[in-house]
Structures are given as structure tokens and as C-alpha cells.
Write a protein that binds this ligand. Sequence first.
Ligand SMILES: Cc1ncc(COP(=O)(O)O)c(C=O)c1O
Length: 356
Amino acid sequence: MPAFPWDSLAKHTAVAKEHPDGVVDLSVGTPVDPVPATLQEALSAAAEAPGYPATHGTPELRAAAVAALERRYGVTGVQPDAVLPTIGSKELVAWLPTLLGVRPGEVVAIPELAYPTYEVGAKLVGAEVVRLAPGQAPPAGTALVWLNSPSNPTGRVLDAQQLRESVQAAREVGAIVASDECYLSLGWEAEPVSVLHPAVTDDPTGVLAVHSLSKSSNLAGYRAGFITGDPVLVRRLLELRKHAGMIVPRPVQVAMTAALEDDEHVRAQRELYAQRRAVLRPALEDAGFRIEHSQAGLYLWATRGEDAWQTLDWLAQRGILVAPGTFYGPGGAQHVRISLTASDERITAAAKRLVS
Ligand SMILES: Cc1ncc(COP(=O)(O)O)c(C=O)c1O
């Protein structure tokens, strides 16, 4: 396994913490706003839960996921049985190659710049990792292709045609497509599309969509996600997860149901991020940063045309902590990922420090 990347930020954290007005930590994408009150209430109301929960989730949860996919993202035709709750999406990302039976030596294709857990999952089965530039076809021998739009870290969005071509290219080599859609509700200058949207494919065979409520509903602390798509694959995942005890706790299932039945809190949270982005982005540009991609999602992908660690030094001296692009792949050597997940007060403080 690679070293846990965040541990390498200790020196910059120490420098940033010395700032007289405190550190502004924009290095991790963890939600800071409250869990919506209605979701807290749904969780508490389900606290009396002595029995084992169903691995497949309650029928209400699966129906709520199907309805939310249609209402929010225009995804039609998903059968409730083809929805499977997950304990957040990170565990699913890490274990998907194992659960799908990817074999040692087969290829897991991941985006050129990618959330590190795709690689971790491939390593857990001894698969070879191949990084694909946008539009690049996976090689023969690929068992699984990860897509991630909007992307962490770049905020790049793949449109319906690009997604269609990616699915087609994966099918040509017999690979399963897993589309990580945890930032789908956060489109700014582009409208993100689900891989299950009819404009991408009308046949979910070999296609999976991974969803998370962590960012859209501020439920990172509850560990709440689900996977859907190909009913045959989802059934296989369900059987294995039943055996392995990979079960979402019942009170969390109830809170997830409430979250998926309501769009207002998603809209309100999205608005908070939009405002923070509107403060931070121009301040970074005024300070000489170039922002690339970043049309959607929770991050600004920024460069000063220098080594990422130099940029980290420069920002740490101003009490601002960000993530170096190298955490996401060698192609990120001159970029940093700046998260929008800080309070309004901290984002404003960062913007002031950048321009002073
Ligand atoms: C691209 C991507 N996928 C998955 C996750 C995992 O999120 P969670 O486990 O909270 O659902 C993250 C978290 O930041 C992410 O950025």
C-alpha cells in the first residue's frame, strides 16, 4: 500500500497553524456545515434498533434512491432491487475490485488524476493500475474502469457523449464501468450527468454508479452511500456483502431515506458552496493562481506554474493548508487541490490573506 498521503502534510500543517489568525484548512474535503435538522431527527427517531439491519436496505430506502435519481438527475428505469446501500462510498471504492472478482494481473483503469482509493482497491486484489487521460481507451485485459465526473481533484466534467464513449470503450474490452458520482449535485459551469442517464446508455449491463450522501447531504459522519446500475452485478455485490457483514446501520438507513426524499437541503448546501467558491476563486486568481477545469465539485484545481510543494509552502506561510496535486497522480506535480469545505468565515479569511 502507498503511504497514507495526508501524513506527509505534517510540516505544512505546523507552519500554517502558526498564523496569528489560525489555520484555514482547505486540504481535506470534509463537510463543516451542520447535518440538516430533519436528518438528525430521522436518525434519532430510529435509535431503537436492536435487530440486525438488512444488507439490501429497507424497501423505503431503495424506493427513495430510485426517486431521487430520477428527480435530481433524470435517471430513469432503475429498479429498486438494483440499489444497494454502502457504508459511505469509500469502503465500496476500496473493495469493489475484490467484490467483483477482479484477478491479480488484470487491469483496473483509473483517471489520470484520481481519488487515491481507486488505486488502493486495485492493489488489494493485486491488479495492475493504468491511468487513463480523458478519452483514452482502456487496454486489453482491463476488468474494471473507474470514471469520476465531476472529478476529484480536478472538477472536470464529462458530458453525456464523453461518458457514452467511455462506456463503449470499456465494453469493447469486456470491462465493467464504475462511475463514482459523489459530486453530481455540485455543477457550477457545467451540468454533470450520471452514467445511468438515458443520454449515456439505455442498457445498464456492466455499468455501476456509486453515490454518496456525504457531500450532498452533509452526512459524511453517518457513512451513507449506495451503488446501483446493472441488476446482476448489484445482486452479486449484495450476496457477498451479506456474507461479509457490510451492512449500513438501520438508523442511518432511515436518515438516508429522509435525505433522499428531500431536495431542499441539497439545494441549500449547494448554495453555500457556490458562495464560498465565488469568494475564493477570484482571490486565488488575483494572487496569481491559474484555475483549471473546476467546472463542478468541491475543489479548485490550481497552479502557479511551479512545483506543487513550493505552492504548499507559499500558502502555509499564509496559514492556508491545501493538498498537493501529486496525491492524485504524477500529472498533478504542479497543481494543488483547494477545497471549498470550510466555514464562510474561514474562506473569507483565506481570501483576505491571499490578496494582502
Ligand atoms: C471521488 C470520491 N469518491 C468517494 C469518496 C468517499 O466519500 P464517502 O466515503 O464519504 O462517501 C470521496 C471522498 O472525498 C471522493 O472524493
